[in-house]
Design a protein around this ligand. Structure first.
Ligand code: SF4
Ligand code: SF4
Length: 368
């Protein structure tokens, strides 16, 4: 994943019509031409060709990208701009150039095995986490569900238990590596991946289930790409819950008579192409009327939380969250549902007094 791999993107972006500028999460908020996909590729071109020396300002522009992939969805050439940004961040980190807040995430992950710097010993202190030596399913909770949104972790756990699934949490779960991998800290991310890979593969489970879009994308795509393949199939909780419904292991006993709209997490939607599973779940909840926001599926606007931006540029992240809440309110929905603890956290911060925000797993668990 060295930056050379992206030579075409870096060269050809310069002569394109640049429609991606008009959708870029950070560019449309900062109103800066440099903080757009094209601007970032131009900086990469200058850095790779020795025209520009990396500076603090360049780091700002690079770390204001949420790696949401909205640019790629709007690029005629389908260029992987989040890949360019991640590769360039990694090169700069290797040269010792660090964004202070991103560096803190990596230090926290090394020391406490989570990007928040919370005590590792407290990882599952808010969860009734069962351990089982011969599990059918490994329940990979993730740092954000463990420390910040334990209600999501608990909802998935309730569903697994209600369905009688033989699951376990890991004896010693570490951060999946996603936030620091996106921030350019590859060596540190690989250490986390290696640890989790060894723990997961030693269990011989058939399936790994996670409620987090970031963990899902990382376990499913980055682990094998970085040389840490997992033996079990990785499923997002929304996919696994649907399987439980199809197998008649859970059924709905209660209703939610409300209009609901759904926010696609970037790492579950654009990066993993899972658009239907969460919508299908919502439509099956008795009483729910699902309505779409104007920007949905591959065109969904980012909540602002991705790529470490919530930690590095919280004010930009907050504006992205605000925009998404406004879009949700325009549909007339009473509930804004999503499928990722990062998104839930960001959307709640932006609009908790204006709209109810839930993870889809929480809504399902409420109705069993
Ligand atoms: S990312 Fe795609 S649309 Fe944007 S400037 Fe580059 S080539 Fe053009
Ligand atoms: S990934 Fe998102 S924030 Fe980054 S350049 Fe593309 S559209 Fe902008």
């Amino acid at each position: 994943m060295a930056v050379e791999k992206y030579a075409d993107e870096i060269r050809f972006c310069a002569s394109c019509a640049k429609m991606c500028r008009h959708v870029c999460t950070s560019g449309t908020i900062t109103k800066s031409e440099t903080a757009t996909p094209y601007g970032r590729c131009l900086l990469a071109y200058y850095i790779v060709n020795g025209v520009l020396e990396p500076s603090g300002e360049i780091l700002d522009v690079l770390y204001q990208c949420t790696t949401c992939g909205l640019c790629q969805a709007n690029c005629l050439l389908d260029y992987d701009i989040p890949g360019v940004v991640e590769a360039l961040r990694a090169e700069l980190v290797e040269k010792g150039l660090a964004n202070e807040d991103a560096a803190r995430l990596a230090e926290n992950a090394e020391k406490e095995h989570n990007p928040y710097g919370e005590p590792h010993s407290q990882r599952f202190s808010k969860l009734r986490a069962a351990k089982n030596e011969n599990p059918e399913v490994v329940y990979f909770v993730g740092c954000t569900s463990a420390y910040r949104n334990p209600e999501i972790a608990e909802a998935v756990l309730n569903i697994l238990e209600r369905a009688g699934v033989g699951y376990t949490v890991l004896d010693d779960e570490w951060c999946c590596g996603s936030p620091i991998l996106r921030a350019g800290y590859r060596r540190q991310a690989r250490e986390l991946m290696k640890h989790n890979q060894e723990m997961i593969n030693s269990l011989n489970a058939k399936t790994i289930v996670t409620p987090c879009a970031g963990c899902y994308k990382t376990l499913k795509q980055d682990y094998p790409e970085q040389g840490f393949p997992l033996k079990a199939e990785v499923l997002h909780a929304s996919e696994f819950i649907q399987k439980l419904i199809d197998e008649k292991k859970i059924k709905f006993d209660k209703k939610i008579k409300k209009v609901v709209t759904y926010h696609d997490p970037c790492h579950l939607g654009r990066h993993s192409e899972i658009y239907d599973a969460p919508r299908r779940l919502l439509k099956q909840i008795p009483g729910v009327e699902l309505v779409e926001m104007e920007f949905n599926r591959e065109n969904a606007h980012c909540c602002g939380s991705g790529g470490g931006m919530e930690a590095t540029y919280p004010e930009v992240a907050e504006q992205a969250g605000r925009r998404r809440v406004e879009e949700a309110k325009e549909t007339g929905a009473k509930i804004l549902a999503t499928c990722c603890p990062f998104c839930k956290k960001q959307l709640l911060k932006a609009g908790k007094d204006e709209i109810e925000v839930y993870d889809v797993a929480e809504l399902i668990a409420q109705c069993l």
